[in-house]
Design a protein around this ligand. Structure first.
Ligand code: NAP
Length: 325
């Protein structure tokens, strides 16, 4: 949508963190942009702060209530990433500040990775790869048997944009799908109001909801117990959704079979108790990290601000609360 040689859209943007080469260039071309990390937040004068009407940020960097309070003319926040748990949504809403994220354009890549983790965990691809590289195939022969994926039961926590893309892929694996969330959706997948009941039913339980206080430690010791010794947990949502101490205890005691995690509590990095396990697959929060998807996300950060500057509204505003469609 953005044409780089069109006239600047106007408005002063405070860019809180680098986003990527495309967005950084387009923001500088399209707006009067202040780069907070170059000027140093503390070096901005009161009149600089008073002139800022828009903020661009990332889900990792966020935009807190103190930041919002320091910007009296702020009207819009455009954030890179699908999550918005690091943005003070309530503080923004109280002042009528529009907030946008970059959903949808990353659904396929995050869903692809959820399936990659699911298959890698069940079939122990990482461990099998290490087995071959260490010469054990030659010395010891075949690798121990693993777990079948196709035809099993898939439970999804959060049948949102990404959760629905994960569910669609289950068709190719002849899986039955059920889901848990705040509200049932108009879909043929079974809705399970009790997360523990979903875990007890599922062979694979995939976390596809966002973080924040509402979902904090939804996957508890009880949920893991219900998933059971044959069950596999996958998390591509947020680390905070899983009680990580309970997860490590469940893995130690063999209460679940294993897990694949793109997101963890306390990331970046992973505790030794997870890193040393062969029945755990770990990736560095890179669900959307493909060249194609990252370019689309960067473009959308800028498009949201351009649309806001011209029409007073965002293209992909953050919508809070249960959605039924
Ligand atoms: P979305 O469309 O808003 O879907 C979120 C889903 O979570 C909704 O179906 C919602 O159900 C459910 N949910 C919300 N609160 C819940 C609760 N308390 N209990 C159970 N379910 C709840 O968001 P999305 O675009 O699919 O993204 C989902 C999350 O994925 C993001 O927030 C982000 O944290 C994560 N993500 C991770 C990566 C990665 O690289 N690993 C990349 C992108 C996004 P209701 O509508 O019924 O409330």
């Amino acid at each position: 949508m953005v044409c780089v040689d069109r006239p600047a859209a106007g408005g002063r943007v405070l860019q809180l963190a680098p986003i990527g080469p495309l967005a950084d260039r387009l923001l500088a071309e399209q707006f009067d942009t202040v780069r907070a990390w170059e000027s140093g937040n503390g070096a901005l004068t009161q009149s600089d702060l008073a002139s800022i009407t828009m903020v661009s940020t990332t889900v990792r960097h966020g935009c807190g209530s103190a930041q919002i309070a320091a910007l009296p003319a702020l009207r819009a926040i455009s954030s890179w990433g699908a999550g918005y748990d690091t943005i003070a949504i309530d503080a923004a809403a109280a002042r009528g500040i529009a907030v946008a994220n970059t959903p949808d354009v990353l659904n396929d890549c995050v869903a692809d990775l959820a399936w990659g983790l699911l298959i890698a965990t069940a079939r122990r691809i990482g461990a099998a790869d290490r087995y071959v590289r260490a010469g054990q195939w030659t010395k010891l022969g075949g690798f121990p048997l693993t777990t079948k994926v196709s035809g099993k039961r898939l439970g999804i926590i959060g049948l949102g944009r990404i959760g629905a893309a994960i569910a669609r892929r289950a068709n190719g694996f002849s899986m039955e799908v059920r889901y848990h969330g705040r509200t049932p959706k108009p879909t043929s997948y079974g809705f399970e109001p009790s997360l523990t009941a979903l875990a007890a039913w599922a062979d694979f339980l995939v976390v596809a909801c966002g973080g924040g206080p509402d979902t904090y430690h939804l996957v508890s010791a009880d949920v893991l117990q219900a998933l059971g010794p044959g069950g596999i947990l996958i998390n591509i949502g947020r680390g905070s959704v899983v009680d990580q101490a309970a997860l490590i205890a469940a893995l130690d005691k063999g209460r679940i079979a294993g897990g694949g995690f793109d997101v963890l509590e306390g990331e970046p990095g992973a505790p030794l108790a997870l890193r040393e396990r062969d029945n755990v697959v770990l990736t560095p929060h890179y669900g959307s990290a493909t060249t194609e998807t990252r370019a689309a996300m960067e473009q959308l950060v800028v498009d949201n601000l351009l649309h806001f500057a011209r029409h007073g509204e965002m293209l992909t505003p953050v919508r809070i609360g249960p959605r039924t469609a």
